[in-house]
Ligand binder design. Structure first.
Ligand code: SF4
Length: 352
């Protein structure tokens, strides 16, 4: 049926998300075009580029609409404010290490441009073709390896947990990683290794502060990358040069013990575990795909707590008719595994 939401003649929140993404993409390419290195970028120059880009994007969208009323003017101002802050934080993340943005909004698709899609074989010779767009790819070319940091932009609060990935609830970044690893040639690499998969919050957080320096630090704390990194201190130190000295990162959420080891709850996994996670996620999608082609039409939305269910944020509630009183309609209550349990499960699955 491919239902779509009704489009109103006004600026809506999903449109803001699209404009944030477009602004960050255009900014990256603007720096390339002007041949400005991230480390040489001044805040004044950064803000000027952002202002130009936001003007361009809002007038392409509908300039008249953005000047139509105070609400829409506020939205334009919000885009400007949030993108300025996000770019300045992104610049901090970049210059603290050696990873550099390589590409933005990278498509993986069965069309002529972009990475190859991720193809999952289903039963009866059917195939499930996964396509998408990777928000940003950061690269570190080391002596004999190329490491990738995969970034997804989020305009709301988002935390990436191993348990969610294992449960099939947040598989997007692992599929992005899979698309990149399977088609490393697209960027001219023989092969690439994962350094991490992260959410980058597009935001202009409100924080308490006493001094400008403290304000900057608080903002960085609020806007740390959230996700899973590789359990390799050398590579993580090349994402944040101060990690070892400070025993914690201001770029991503990792702390070290006073002996310099990872805390047991640090969100880092071994290279092999990234492989097992990719394998597990694809197996999970294969199982879902096989259920769909077998005609399984049970409605089974996820439920993580008494407050959160998939239906909480769904625009299709009015037409989907989910009702637990009907047979085949129930919540899919997801277990909350500790990171250690997820790793154990991945290794158990490997030996099956
Ligand atoms: S309302 Fe719930 S069950 Fe229905 S489509 Fe949305 S998430 Fe699925």
């Amino acid at each position: 049926m491919s239902p779509k939401e009704r489009k109103n003649f006004e600026v809506e929140l999903p449109d803001l998300g699209i404009m944030f993404h477009a602004s960050l993409e255009k900014f990256g390419y603007a720096l390339e075009k002007e041949n400005i290195k991230w480390e040489d970028l001044t805040q004044e120059k950064s803000d000027a580029i952002v202002s130009h880009i936001v003007d361009e994007i809002t007038s392409e969208y509908n300039d008249e609409l953005f000047n139509e009323n105070n609400r829409n003017k506020y939205y334009k101002n919000k885009i400007l404010r949030v993108v300025k802050q996000s770019i300045w934080t992104l610049r901090d993340h970049v210059i603290k290490g050696e990873f550099r943005p390589k590409a933005f909004e990278i498509k993986f698709t069965d069309g002529p441009d972009g990475l190859k899609p991720v193809i999952i074989d289903l039963k009866n010779n059917e195939k499930l073709i996964l396509k998408g767009t990777i928000d940003r790819l950061d690269i570190l070319e080391s002596d004999n390896e190329t490491y990738v940091r995969v970034i997804d932009y989020k305009s709301g609060a988002s935390d990436l947990k191993l348990s969610d990935i294992y449960n099939g609830n947040k598989t997007q970044l692992i599929i992005y990683l899979d698309a990149l690893i399977n088609d490393a040639n697209y960027f001219g690499f023989d092969h690439i290794k994962p350094a991490g998969v992260y959410y980058f919050k597009i935001d202009d957080p409100i924080v308490d502060y006493e001094t400008n320096q403290l304000l900057h630090k608080r903002i960085l704390d609020e806007m740390k990358l959230s996700g899973i990194g590789i359990k390799d201190l050398d590579i993580l130190s090349r994402m944040d040069n101060d990690l070892v000295e400070n025993k914690k990162s201001s770029v991503f959420d990792v702390k070290l013990t006073k002996n310099g080891d990872f805390y047991s709850n640090a969100k880092v996994i071994a290279d092999e575990d990234f492989y097992l996670l990719r394998k597990h996620v694809k197996k999970h999608i294969e199982n879902v795909g096989n259920k769909i082609i077998s005609g399984d039409t049970n409605i089974f939305p996820i439920k993580k707590s008494t407050q959160f269910t998939a239906c909480s944020y769904c625009d299709y509630l009015g037409i989907c008719q989910f009702d637990r009183q009907f047979s085949g309609n129930d919540y899919n209550v997801l277990p909350n595994y500790k990171d250690k349990e997820v790793i154990e499960k991945l290794h158990e699955d490997k030996s099956k």
